[in-house]
Design a protein around this ligand. Structure first.
Ligand code: FDA
Length: 344
């Protein structure tokens, strides 16, 4: 097993200390988790044990593409669509971005061989957006071309606001050329309504998310109530009939109130299932995933995999400190059942 040391990036994501709810402030516990995540002894221990003893598998489909494909197939048998994401963020050399691109090309071939209803989700910094815009653009178009040839969609994740313009520009190029690209837009950003209007002409698939990055007040709504209100506004724009241009909406949230809002709008506007889907993260709110699926709505599960899983895993823990209990239970069960009988 690959050993991964995984300090969680501070200062970027909402998970770094911003209260999730305005009623209950879990900041101290989240800060504790994030502080622990900077301790190499802790992260090494988690990275060493996470896959071996299974607890990382709650949120991550495995370390290898084969494992991810078998999880995707299992989700497919349960009636879920999948979007596969190879974990890993900013690359630091052109060779690394080429390697990431090759992995995505291989993912597409593997999905095709397994005949899965799946898309792939890519972060552009993983393809070198920070290093060389043109190189990143050409790698993205290479992936879009292969995805189009095999009948798949390339979904592009949205990262921090420093990347928004460049991400949209590359998305537009891919969508113009291959008509098989999707893009995440963040309800937390004030600019997203303008971006949505600008993109309508491309008939794009838009994944609407709340936004996972800490941004300044000039750029982003700071309160959960404001982000939620903007989410409702943007979702209405995505779903309502338009005089020109149209969207396919990917409603990516686990927020029960927003899910209700979405279900109501889908009914009100009689949106056909070909024009929308719900999206949720692998292992999160499986009860809601079941509800959405049981009600007959299309549901896609964002399914990450890869050896660099530890930062993603720690972010999921910090996002919902209650998750820490299942980690502690797993580690204490490991202690009881370890071959030597020694608690570790
Ligand atoms: P919210 O954070 O309000 O959570 C609602 C409820 O969900 C909580 O009350 C809890 O019950 C449950 N929940 C949330 N997180 C949990 C956890 N870790 N463990 C257990 N329960 C949890 N962001 C981004 O900036 N760019 C992107 O490209 C994407 N892509 C993306 C794809 C998909 C499919 C999803 C679902 C999300 C993203 N995101 C994202 C992340 C998104 O911006 C946001 O940070 C998270 O989805 C959390 O927000 P919710 O909408 O779930 O609501």
């Amino acid at each position: 097993m690959t050993l991964v040391s995984c300090p969680v990036r501070k200062a970027r994501s909402l998970e770094d200390g911003r209260p999730q709810s305005e009623e209950i402030d879990t900041t101290p516990l989240r800060n504790l988790i994030l502080w622990l995540s900077t301790k190499k002894s802790v992260t090494d221990a988690i990275a060493r044990r996470g896959m071996k003893y299974g607890f990382a598998r709650r949120f991550v489909a495995g370390e290898t593409l084969d494992e991810a494909i078998s999880v995707a197939a299992e989700l497919g048998r349960a009636g879920r669509r999948v979007t596969l994401n190879q974990l890993g963020e900013n690359v630091t050399t052109a060779e690394e971005s080429r390697l990431s691109c090759d992995t995505y090309l291989e993912m597409l071939r593997a999905l095709d061989r397994a005949a899965l209803d799946a898309t792939i989700s890519v972060k552009l910094t993983h393809l070198g957006l920070d290093l060389d815009f043109q190189h990143c653009r050409s790698l993205t178009l290479e992936i879009a071309a292969q995805a189009a040839a095999l009948g798949h969609t390339l979904e592009i994740d949205m990262e921090g606001s420093a990347y928004t313009d460049r991400t949209i520009e590359i998305f537009e190029a891919a969508q113009h050329q291959y008509h098989n690209a999707g893009l995440a837009l963040q309800a937390s950003l004030r600019r997203s309504e303008r971006d949505l209007e600008r993109l309508a002409i491309l008939d794009p698939k838009i994944r609407l998310v709340k936004g996972a990055y800490r941004e300044p007040p000039a750029l982003a709504f700071q309160k959960k109530s404001e982000v939620d209100a903007n989410y409702r506004k943007l979702l209405d724009l995505l779903l309502r009939p338009r005089p020109s241009g149209r969207f396919t909406a990917a409603i990516a949230t686990h927020d029960p109130t927003l899910l209700d809002f979405a279900r109501h709008a889908i009914q009100q506007y009689a949106v056909p299932p070909s024009r929308y889907e719900f999206q949720m993260l692998y292992g999160i709110r499986r009860d809601l995933q079941e509800q959405v699926h049981a009600a007959g709505h299309p549901l896609r599960v964002y399914t990450p995999f890869g050896s660099a899983w530890c930062p993603y895993f720690m972010r999921r823990l910090a996002e919902r400190p209650a998750n820490i209990w299942f980690l502690i239970r797993s580690l204490s069960a490991e202690g009881k059942h370890s071959p030597s009988g020694q608690a570790k």
